[in-house]
Design a protein around this ligand. Sequence first.
Ligand code: GLY
Length: 567
Amino acid sequence: MKRIILFIAVVFLFTQCKNTSTETNKTSKNVGFIADSAMVVSAREEASKIGVAILRKGGNAFDAMIATELALAVAYPFAGNIGGGGFMVYRTHEGKTGALDYREKAPLAASKDMYLDENGNIIAEKSTLGAMAVGVPGTVDGLFKVYEKFGSLPFSELIQPAIDLANKGVVVTEKQAERLANYKHYFSEVNDAKILLDADWKAGDTIKYVKLAETLERIRDLGRDGFYKGETAEMLVNYVQKLGGIITKTDLENYEAKWRNPIEFNYKDLKIIAMSPPSSGGICLAQIFKAIEPFDIASYGHNSLKSIQLLTEAERRAYADRSYYLGDPDFVKIPIDTLVSSKYVKNRMANFSWDNATPSSTLKHGNIVGYESDETTHYSIVDKYGNSISATTTLNGAYGSKVYVSEGGFFLNNEMDDFSSKPGVPNMFGLIGAEANSIQPEKRMLSSMTPTIVEKNNQFYMSVGSPGGSTIITSVLQTILNVYEFKMGMQDAVNAPRFHHQWLPDVITMEPKGFDSLLVNQLQEKGYHIKQENTVILGKVDAILRLPNGKLEGGADYRGDDKAAGF
Ligand code: GLY
């Protein structure tokens, strides 16, 4: 599995890297798609256009979110879903902010040691591949929560474009054909019969998702019960149990998405609004921004030695805290106020030195008295009324658990791997967890998804987010810094080469060809370990920036088939 991910990453990066040298980046001006007042940026053109059609009809950003998310479930089965979950952060035209958690939950029959053998060792792939890896899906309930609170057009009008797209079919892109070819063998390994995507699909072919269209029709006609009860629930539960999984009808009936208070903090004159637990995104982002705030990072230069050192040391400390303190807030007490306070973060940075790297082995989580796929997809939307949303949704790994409910036409997630199966042992992103993120029935697994909205002068400034598992947080961070500190436009900020550090493993992962060898040598001399060859893609950012003239610039990541649309 890891080899396949690496292979795809290498193919992506070596076949498509353009403007990735630091040199090119200093001078390049890739202006993204510009719109007067409304925009959707997502992983597929079909989904962006469907969202924009809703906005043109007079629908708001929340209506467009529902249509876009459902269109991604059809056009982008790699990560778009109805069998997964996600998070959404919003800011209304009145400046009101909020967040929705439609993250998957552990089934009622889940238990702390469910992925361990009798000797207490992790059973390979049990939490990533097949029916035992599946968490109770949250996407459909999440969309109905959004609709109840903010929907303005009839729900049937929001879901119909996805149904029509599924029946008409979606043209396979080059990148999709490559992905399908690489993951195909898992489909037959996991499922008990051939599935729709397990054919020899080539770029230019059209795949019709007829069974998925039928499921979407049931959701259109019966509301959330069209997924969580009746025919669809029966198909899902019967198939998961047939393959040895533990999800029951009660799990589906009980699932509820939750409104949460987002993490809000200031960085200089920006106000940043990001996802709260059970995502680690907002807290880690806040900690990193607070750690770098006292430094004049703009004067160091983009991706310079000093910038990379500073960000790496801030990231190292934030991810160490993530591992220890963060988990589902409905199950564990998280000292959020302390973790994001300037005083605590300053103290964490006290042993930072420009001379040498701080080895991760010498750094643990901070002490708080009294008191934690990568194949995700992000989209950003702004409507003509001034509402904005930032949403990240996922099946976790590519095509999730690879379990495909053929009768219903959808994949199921493998989100259970985001729990800490065994404290101290890394998950598929190399993230190490502790008790706070241990498995319990109905608990939500910790996430790194970081849908984020940025305000400047009390006005919408940016909507940004990314897939990429543990690298999501640092991709969002660097994109905001690229615009705000390094004065790039939105598309340049998205295109710029990225790097990542997550405490353990103690390495800076860099996009190949994005960083010159002199810089790499200088970092190594200071004790930094660099991983540059065969690295995975570091995020795939889709973002919208409000320009000084009030227009919007989209940043659609060239690393995928992503596209901005608007008017
Ligand atoms: N499944 C990736 C994440 O939630 O961070």
